[in-house]
Ligand binder design. Structure first.
Ligand code: 3S6
Ligand code: CA
Ligand code: CA
Ligand code: CA
Length: 306
C-alpha cells in the first residue's frame, strides 16, 4: 500500500508551492523543513527542495526523505579545503584569521546567523543555510561524503552515516545555533573532560564501531569510545573543538578526531588550527599514529536536522 501510494504520488508530480498575494506583490512560501514537506506529500524522493524561513527567505537544500522514515534537512557541511592551511581561507568552521589567542572564537559560525555556500557545492566547500538557526528540530543525522561528489552520489558514496533517535535537540533549544550558544566554541572557555558538552548515542546507517578506526588514526582509537556524537569539547591545551563525529572523547588529544573549533590551538604553534584541526599530525592522510585516513581527510561532514 505505502509503496503504491508512494509511486502514484511521485508520478502525479504534485509539487507546487503556495503563492500568497501581499498587495499586488506575489510572495512564494515553502515548507520550513524537509520534515514538514514530507508530511505534506506523504512520500518524496531524496533530492533538492526549496524551503522558507519565517521571515520569508527561500533557499534550496537537500532533503533525505528515506533514511529511517525520512524528513532530514541538510543545514550545514564542514569541508577542509586545505589541510596544510592552518586557520586560513576556507576554515570557516574554525578561523580564517590565523591561529590567534586574541580571537578565541575564531569566525564564530557555530553560534551566529552568518550563512555561506550553496547546496550543489556542499561537498566542495563549506555550507550553512538559514535552517541551521531557524528550524526547531529533535534529532540529527550526519554523512561523511567524499569531497566533490555529485548530489545524486552523496548517499551511495558516503563513507560513514548515522543518526540520533531520542529527540536530544529538544533539550538544547532545538538546533545547533542554540546548542552552541550554551556551549561556546571558544578557546579557554573550559578544560578537557570537565567542560565537555553533550555526547549523544547514535544509530549507524552506514558503518559501525570498527569502521571508525579505519577513518581516524590508530593512536586516536585509544582516546575515544565509538557510537556517539559529541558537541564542544576541549583538548589538553584548552582549544575548543565543535563536533566529534561518531564518538565520545576519553583522552584529551581530541584535535585528531574532532572538527571545527575556535581560533586558537596552542600546541605545535598552530599546526592544528583549522576545520579538520590536527587530522594530519603524523602526515597527510597517512592513517598512522594520530593521522586520519586519506578518505576521512578528503570527505566533507554533512549535518542534517529532523
Ligand atoms: C603515542 C604518542 C604520544 O605522543 C604525544 O602526542 C606527544 O607527547 C605529544 O606531543 C603528541 C600530541 O599531543 C598528540 O596530540
Ligand atoms: Ca585548513
Ligand atoms: Ca572549510
Ligand atoms: Ca595533543
Amino acid at each position: 500500500w505505502v509503496m503504491l501510494m508512494c509511486f502514484l504520488l511521485l508520478n502525479l508530480e504534485m509539487l507546487e508551492s503556495t503563492t500568497i498575494m501581499l498587495g499586488n506583490y506575489p510572495s512564494v512560501s515553502y515548507p520550513k523543513s524537509c520534515k514538514e514537506l514530507l508530511h505534506l506529500y506523504g512520500c518524496l524522493p531524496d533530492g533538492l527542495y526549496f524551503l522558507s524561513t519565517s521571515s520569508g527567505t527561500s533557499y534550496l537544500t537537500f532533503c533525505d526523505m528515506t533514511t529511517d522514515g525520512g524528513g532530514w534537512t541538510l543545514v550545514a557541511s564542514i569541508h577542509e579545503n586545505n589541510m596544510y592551511g592552518k586557520c586560513t581561507v576556507g576554515d570557516r568552521w574554525s578561523s580564517q584569521q590565523g591561529n590567534n589567542e586574541n580571537v578565541p572564537e575564531g569566525d564564530g559560525n557555530w553560534s551566529n546567523k552568518v550563512t555561506f555556500g550553496t547546496v550543489e557545492a556542499a561537498s566542495s566547500d563549506d555550507f550553512k543555510n538559514p535552517g541551521y538557526y531557524e528550524i526547531i528540530a529533535e534529532d540529527m543525522s550526519v554523512w561523511h561524503v567524499p569531497n566533490g561528489a555529485n548530489v545524486d552520489n552523496w548517499k551511495p558514496s558516503s563513507i560513514f552515516r548515522y543518526h540520533t533517535q531520542k529527540n536530544f535537540l529538544t533539550q538544547y533549544g532545538g538546533n545547533l545555533y542554540n546548542l552552541y550558544k550554551a556551549y561556546p566554541v571558544r578557546y579557554n572557555a573550559g578544560v578537557c573532560h570537565t567542560n565537555t558538552g553533550p555526547s549523544i548515542p547514535i544509530v549507524y546507517d552506514f558503518g559501525n564501531d570498527e569502521s571508525l578506526s579505519t577513518l581516524y588514526g590508530p593512536n586516536s582509537k585509544r582516546e575515544y569510545e565509538p557510537g556517539y556524537i559529541t558537541f564542544r569539547a576541549f583538548n589538553n591545551e584548552k582549544a575548543a573543538l565543535a563536533l566529534c563525529s561518531g564518538l565520545k572523547p576519553k583522552g584529551c588529544n581530541i584535535e585528531h578526531f574532532c572538527i571545527g573549533g575556535g581560533g586558537f590551538f596552542a600546541e605545535g604553534s598552530g599546526r592544528q588550527c583549522g576545520d579538520f584541526a590536527g587530522f594530519d599530525w603524523n602526515g597527510y592522510g597517512t592513517h598512522s599514529q594520530w593521522s586520519a585516513s586519506k578518505e576521512m581527510t578528503e570527505s566533507v561532514v554533512m549535518l542534517f536536522y529532523r
